[in-house]
Write a protein that binds this ligand. Structure first.
Ligand code: AMP
Ligand code: ZN
Length: 677
């Protein structure tokens, strides 16, 4: 027996060593030689395999295990390091006069000067540090003084040179912009959308999120690019001017941001601006302006910098992005609370690198204000990250083909007559329980990031499950796994659902079942109960039982005195819980969920308690909930830190361990007393 044990231990150790060897080998290829022999997927499998064995046999985990290492899936935060010289911002100009002032100031100082105009790429700046011609460090701009260490990530960015050509000085710093080309941004978003993941609002956000990943393999998949725009070096190698440096760099096959122009006077500068402004859609990347820089390094040094920006450069920003397109139709969307929103369907147009084919119109009043008709040519604006907005109709384009936008009288989803409630601007469908669109959007809200945050369950998947009658209400989400296991639903027959994706879904449902009380209230999607109100309710009532008692006892006056809870909210809650169906649903949901109560008081505040075994009168979950309300922390492992253990019938090793550690032991009588209090 002993021998057998020894043998298996040896086998496991060998297996661990082999896996570590393999992983280190592939890491080395990857990080030090920028190449790979196996796919990312195969690599992930190796790591998973190692992690699983290590989890099963923690005592055999080696100190040299790559599971400890940064550069892989480490949970450590990024290091923050100081820049050798601060990374400054740029002075901004929006108007031609401001650009003229910049030019005139230079003209007064220098008899002879040139200005290099470049595009201002909308990404995030990074600094690459080279020693002995090798890339040794990369930092983000951060606050300008200190930045985050992105060395492991930057090597997977196209355009970053890891080893400088022999002729280059041994030490230097290259500063430039990391960005995501528009095409890659669109591809990334469409994959994320398909997977039900949150999409990025701009290429800039996507780039910033991608370069700062702790796992550089994710960065690699995101396909970023880098353009250098300045070199910090004393060497004469790079010439006397920016434009010379550019020539040298491109001779050595560096990728530079093009187009650029060496300008002799203000009209050259404005021409370049106009040209870029007109052609920005054709650029491979998003820009937010033009940068003008004094070309000569000597002249740059004479001007110097302020604490925030160099005095020898100016960013000429583009105005809010606008486009002209056509309103093809208006669709009416029913929201989760039955409100009806007109959505403008537009002829697809690109604004600042983003394809736009929809805009919201908010409500009927807005349509009236704009005097908008279907078939109209309109001016669309997108400022920064916000959803595009129709600014105005261009009446000169009106022909005879415009038609009125007619607001429906009945719900486009369930055909029930729409009703304008007192004091409200919008009409709504009040068929709360039987309107499919309302139910779908309520489900979407329930699983959304701010609510239960169930990954992999987005609008697309919800629509699918709803259509197939697999998920009709919140509860169905939690019974899905069992129904699937008992062959009551089959998922494999549908396109896009394989063993793996199904298991992933179950895992994320499981993960999301732990939810704070305020998020739980918010997730129900009751009208007027946003995140803030949910927060107020959760701290006022502490736990679900207290909260529900208000409605079962018809005791809503307790709500009236709570700050931040007005009559509209009270009415809405009363209306919701007056339906017994809703009341029961909420109750039942609490059995599937592990609601976390933030208790600031309670008889067992911060007491660590273990519950084990079977009880005659109560389920374990019930006891747990009761204790949590009293501020207790329920845990499943018996350790010295545990305050007491409650044991039912057939409690095995945990009881044993508790006895050994001399921990106080309670039994069902304790629970009965607890219930009586
Ligand atoms: P801002 O963030 O608006 O203050 O603008 C300064 C930032 O513009 C720099 O930190 C860079 O990240 C970015 N930038 C983009 N393209 C260029 C360029 N060609 N030259 C200098 N800075 C640029
Ligand atoms: Zn309806």
């Amino acid at each position: 027996m002993e021998d057998f044990k020894k043998n298996t231990k040896k086998k496991i150790e060998n297996k661990i060593k082999k896996l570590i060897f393999k992983i280190n080998y592939h890491d080395d290829l990857y990080y030090n030689y920028n190449t790979q022999e196996i796919s990312d997927y195969e690599y992930d499998i190796l790591r998973k395999e190692l992690e699983t064995i290590e989890k099963e046999h923690p005592s055999l985990k080696l100190h040299s295990s790559p599971s400890f290492k940064v550069g892989s899936k480490s949970t450590k935060e990024k290091k923050v390091l100081r820049h050798k010289t601060p990374m400054l911002s740029l002075n901004n100009a929006y108007k031609r006069e401001e650009v003229e002032a910049f030019y005139t100031k230079n003209k007064k100082l220098f008899n002879n000067f040139k200005i290099l105009a470049e595009t201002k790429v909308d990404g995030l700046s990074a600094s690459l540090i080279y020693k002995n011609r090798k890339l040794v460090k990369a930092l983000t701009r951060g606050d300008g003084i200190k930045g985050e260490d992105i060395t492991n990530n930057i090597i997977f960015v196209e355009g970053v040179v890891r080893e400088l050509p022999n002729k280059f000085p041994e030490e230097l710093e290259i500063r430039g912009e990391v960005f995501m080309p528009k095409q890659n941004f669109e591809a990334l978003n469409s994959i994320r959308k398909k997977n039900g993941e949150q999409t990025f609002s701009t290429a800039r956000n996507a780039a910033s999120g991608s370069i700062r990943q702790l796992d550089p393999l994710i960065t690699k998949k995101r396909k970023l690019m880098f353009y250098g725009y300045s070199i910090l070096s004393d060497s004469v190698f790079f010439g006397d001017t920016l434009s010379e440096t550019r020539k040298i760099l491109s001779k050595y096959s560096f990728i530079l941001n093009e187009p650029s122009k060496l300008c002799k006077n203000i009209s050259d500068m404005m021409d370049f601006y106009e040209y870029i402004f007109k052609n920005r859609e054709n650029l491979k990347y998003d820009i937010d302006g033009i940068v003008y820089k004094l070309d000569s390094y000597k002249q740059q040094n004479i001007l110097g910098t302020t604490s925030r920006f160099p005095k020898w450069a100016l960013a000429h920003k583009l105005p809010a992005e606008e486009a002209i397109t056509k309103l093809l139709d208006v669709k009416f969307q029913i929201g989760r609370t039955g409100s009806i929103t007109p959505v403008a369907l537009l002829k697809e147009v690109i604004i600042g690198g983003v394809k736009v084919s929809r805009a919201t119109l908010h409500n009927e009043d807005e349509v009236k204000r704009l005097d908008l008709k279907i078939g109209d040519t309109i001016k669309l604006q997108r400022a920064g990250d916000v959803i595009p907005k129709i600014m105005k109709v261009l009446p000169e384009y009106r022909d005879h083909f415009q038609r009125e936008i007619i607001f429906p009288e009945v719900c486009p989803s369930c055909n029930q007559k729409l009703i304008k409630l007192k004091k409200e601007v919008v009409k709504r469908c009040t068929n709360y329980n039987n309107c499919d669109e309302q139910r779908i959007f309520r489900l979407c809200h329930f699983v959304s990031r701010e609510a239960l945050n169930i990954e992999g369950l987005g609008e697309k998947q919800i629509r699918f499950f709803f259509r197939e009658k697999i998920i009709n209400n919140f509860e169905d989400i939690f019974t899905l796994k069992n129904r699937y296991k008992n062959n009551l639903v089959s998922l494999l027959k549908y396109d896009g659902w394989g063993e793996k994706s199904i298991l992933n879904l179950f895992e994320s449902i499981n993960k999301s079942s732990k939810v704070t009380f305020d998020k739980f209230i918010y997730s129900l999607g009751i009208r007027h109960i946003g995140k803030e109100v949910a927060g107020i309710l959760s701290s006022k009532f502490n736990n679900l039982d207290n909260f529900l008692r208000v409605f079962s006892n018809n005791n809503t006056e307790t709500l009236a005195n709570v700050e931040g809870i007005g009559q509209t909210i009270i009415n809405s809650l009363t209306y919701y819980f007056s339906e017994y169906k809703n009341y029961k649903l909420v109750k039942r949901l609490s059995f599937f969920l592990d609601i976390e109560y933030r208790s600031f008081s309670g008889k067992y505040l911060n007491k660590k308690i273990v519950i084990t075994g079977t009880f005659d009168n109560f389920s374990r979950k019930y006891i747990e909930d009761k204790l949590k309300v009293e501020g207790a922390k329920i845990t499943s492992t018996v350790s010295k830190k545990v305050d007491f253990i409650i044991v039912g019938r057939d409690s095995g090793s945990k009881l044993h361990k508790a006895k050994k550690l001399n921990i106080k032991i309670e039994d069902e009588d304790f629970v009965i007393k607890l219930m009586k209090n």
